[in-house]
Design a protein around this ligand. Structure first.
Ligand SMILES: Cc1ncc(COP(=O)(O)O)c(C=O)c1O
Length: 390
């Protein structure tokens, strides 16, 4: 065979290689399903668990390894695995640690699809999923059964905003050899050092603050523990939880501004929440930095900041139809799920599956404060509030 190729083959096999030594700030975006090996011996020695090399696009590329390393560093962890959504990262943890006959404890205010997953594991896989009051603290010890393998926490719960006592829950769990996983999305890993408080696995929905653009879905499971990481890697591989290179790049692109954006969301949200607190229509501001919020003192002890997400209770004298009309009347705030992007959002919630006496005081509306000028957001709310009574 000569080196001469037909045009068809030459379109696929090309000789040019760009010179090395190219330097730029943005990381390269590596697209690959197939990863090439130098020879058969290299292929045979390939190990997808070892991030010192590459085996297949699903198991990592320089782009995804770089994002994983950066996320682990932000959170204070040593290992990170990406998943195509925050919920996929949650399922990676569940499938890594739970099997038939095991028990998992979840806070009753947990991110609702995580609860749906827990119920599904119970109905179809013979895992028992039980729910606890997130303010249970050290009392979680009484709920731990001999077959409890995993305790989920969420700090704070992303609708009722209750802040759990993580050190107390972790101490009780570890005394019984139980793993604690935290959905740390609200703090973006910026305002809570979860591993220092005893948490074993942190999950982030990178869809929110890390991406910052409301334009990409991704999740991550981060740990400091080699054994847990190996279990998570097995689950990641079995479930095929790869992420696209362009999406990984989009998330990476958000990281340099993550803290600046988070702090801006935080300052604006506290300003809007303080304004709402002074309004006669509002009976309770469920923002962890405010005293009204269950778990506020725990937030003060453990957190160094807050994000843009909080809820309020409208006085019970306003019917749900009225508060719905309030939300419909907002102009800058749009109606939609998620948070962490530049646009403000408002959603009325009926808290499925949880009961607290304080909820009787009124109807809950959750605000995600974006990056607009808070004065404009307050003016928008003030105008919409007039629809409650007219
Ligand atoms: C607290 C929390 N965790 C996890 C998720 C899941 O993230 P994703 O939408 O990327 O699946 C969400 C999404 O709304 C969330 O609010």
């Amino acid at each position: 065979m000569t080196d001469r190729k037909t045009l068809q083959t030459a379109l696929i096999h090309h000789d040019y290689e760009a010179p090395g030594g190219f330097g730029a700030f943005p990381p390269a975006i590596h697209h690959a399903s197939t990863v090439l090996f130098e020879n058969v011996a290299a292929l045979r020695s390939g190990d997808w668990k070892d991030k010192s090399g590459y085996t297949y696009g699903l198991h990592g590329t320089p782009t995804t390894f770089t994002l994983e390393a950066r996320l682990a560093a932000i959170e204070g962890g040593t290992h990170c695995l990406l998943a195509p959504s925050g919920l996929a990262a949650i399922s990676m943890v569940d499938f890594a640690l739970l099997k038939t006959g095991d028990d998992v404890l979840l806070p009753d205010n947990v991110y609702h699809p995580s609860r749906v997953l827990g119920n599904w594991l119970q109905e179809s896989m013979g895992v028992s999923a039980r729910y606890y009051d997130p303010l249970v603290g050290a009392g979680i010890a009484e709920l731990i059964a001999p077959n409890t393998r995993l305790i989920w926490t969420e700090a704070p719960g992303s609708v009722s905003m209750e802040v759990p006592d993580l050190p107390a829950i972790c101490a009780a769990a570890h005394a019984r050899g139980v793993v604690v996983a935290l959905d740390n999305t609200w703090s973006a890993g910026i305002a809570l050092r979860a591993f220092d408080l005893g948490v074993d696995i942190v999950v982030q929905a990178l869809t929110k603050y890390q991406s910052g653009g409301a334009d990409v879905l991704m999740g991550a499971a981060i740990t400091r523990d080699d054994v847990l990481h190996a279990k998570l890697s097995g689950s990641h591989m079995r479930l095929g939880l790869g992420v696209g290179a362009d999406d990984a790049y989009l998330v990476m692109r958000g990281l340099p501004t993550l803290k600046l954006r988070f702090d801006a969301h935080d300052a604006a949200a506290r300003r809007v929440a303080a304004w709402l607190k002074a309004r006669p229509e509002i009976v309770r501001v469920l923002h962890p930095a405010f005293e009204d919020c269950p778990g506020h003192t725990t937030w003060k002890r453990d957190f160094t900041g807050a994000g843009g997400l909080f809820s309020v209770l409208f006085d019970a004298r306003y019917s749900e139809a009225r508060t719905d009309r309030f939300v419909d009347s907002l102009k800058l705030f749009r109606i939609g799920y998620s948070w962490g992007g530049p646009n403000s959002l408002a959603v009325p919630y009926r808290m499925a599956g949880i009961r607290r006496d304080w909820m009787d005081a009124g109807t809950l509306v959750r605000f995600n404060i974006g990056l607009e000028d808070p004065a404009d957001l307050i003016a928008d709310i003030e105008r919409a509030l007039s629809t409650l009574t007219d």
